[in-house]
Design a protein around this ligand. Structure first.
Ligand code: SAM
Length: 288
């Protein structure tokens, strides 16, 4: 039996956990994939080839890693849980193209890690820990990292928030950041039955292809994202009220009203009605 068959099913996953006397740690968001079909589809959705370096966040016991290692030139995994390191040595013993790093991805120097492994760029693939999905994705998008694409399993609800536009209840700071930096496509939805332990939510695999240039031009993108954050802090308020009471962005009510009038907008508009282009324009006017 190949290693691939070894981990992509429930009985073998339990066997490995028992062998090492470990169980899934809730505090690290551990839900292990046990469905070979889904594992293959994730690798296909990410479009991994033998030319690619893959950066995998949270390899866990190495299930997805095995599939990635077969498809890619090399896989670099960053895992926070030190108890997984001996497990990974065991499950990945047959692969000579995998590097395991025991670190918190939010503290890791991705540029340095890629450099040390001779990679000019990487594709990120992961079954992400759901408790820190948004910070991880924001970090990967916002920092100017040599990452081509991000293909990740996340909560279905978060995937919907990433892909939506103005007017939807799911539209917010995350949707705007994703639209600014990438092209997003939900590849599939995944049932809780495909994991041990079963999560309480449905999941989805989303692929974000990083744009060479951000989707819109803006003079000061940090300022724009502070405005966006402020606009959605209290999303039911008008933009003028939300921004003039925001902790993320400080300005006079009059400045916002004038900027909206200059844009030909109603001063009672809500932030959730503005497009990315309009937030960029608002930011440019306010920072003039
Ligand atoms: N890749 C495995 C799979 O698909 O079966 C495990 C996925 S599990 C949902 C998430 C993994 O991310 C766990 O192994 C967990 O320990 C790891 N993790 C959680 N927080 C992390 C962090 N800040 N940095 C790196 N890894 C983390």
């Amino acid at each position: 039996m190949s290693l691939k068959a070894y981990l992509g099913n429930p009985s073998k996953t339990s066997e490995v956990l028992n062998k090492f006397g470990i169980s899934a740690q809730k505090r690290y968001g551990q839900n292990f994939l046990i469905d070979a079909n889904i594992l293959e589809k994730i690798v296909a959705s990410a479009g991994i080839t033998k030319e690619d370096t893959v950066l995998e966040i949270g390899p866990g016991i190495g299930t997805l890693t095995q599939y990635l290692a077969e498809a890619a030139k090399q896989v670099i995994c960053v895992e926070i849980d030190k108890n997984m390191i001996p497990v990974l040595e065991y499950t990945l013993a047959d692969f000579d193209n995998v590097t395991v790093i025991n670190q918190d991805i939010l503290k890791a120097d991705v540029v340095q890690i890629l450099k040390e492994n001779g990679a000019a760029s990487a594709k990120v693939v992961a079954n992400l820990p759901y408790y820190i999905t948004t910070p991880i994705i924001m970090e990967l998008l916002e920092k100017d990292l040599p990452i081509e694409s991000i293909t990740v399993m996340i909560q279905k609800e978060v995937a919907e928030r990433m892909q939506t536009g103005p007017g939807s209840k799911d539209y917010g700071a995350l949707s705007l950041a994703v639209a600014f930096y990438s092209n997003a496509e939900v590849k599939m939805t995944v049932s809780p039955n495909c994991f041990i332990p079963r999560p309480n939510v449905d999941s989805a695999v989303i692929r974000l292809d990083k744009l060479k240039e951000p989707a819109v031009k803006v003079n000061n993108k940090s300022e724009m994202f502070r405005i966006i954050k402020g606009a959605f802090e209290q999303r039911r308020k008008t933009l003028t009220n939300a921004l003039s009471h925001s902790s993320a962005y400080k300005t006079d009510k009059k400045n916002i009203e004038n900027a909206l009038l200059e844009m030909g907008k109603n001063v009672n508009i809500r932030g959730e009605e503005l497009t990315l282009e309009e937030f960029a324009r608002l930011s440019d006017i306010l920072t003039q």
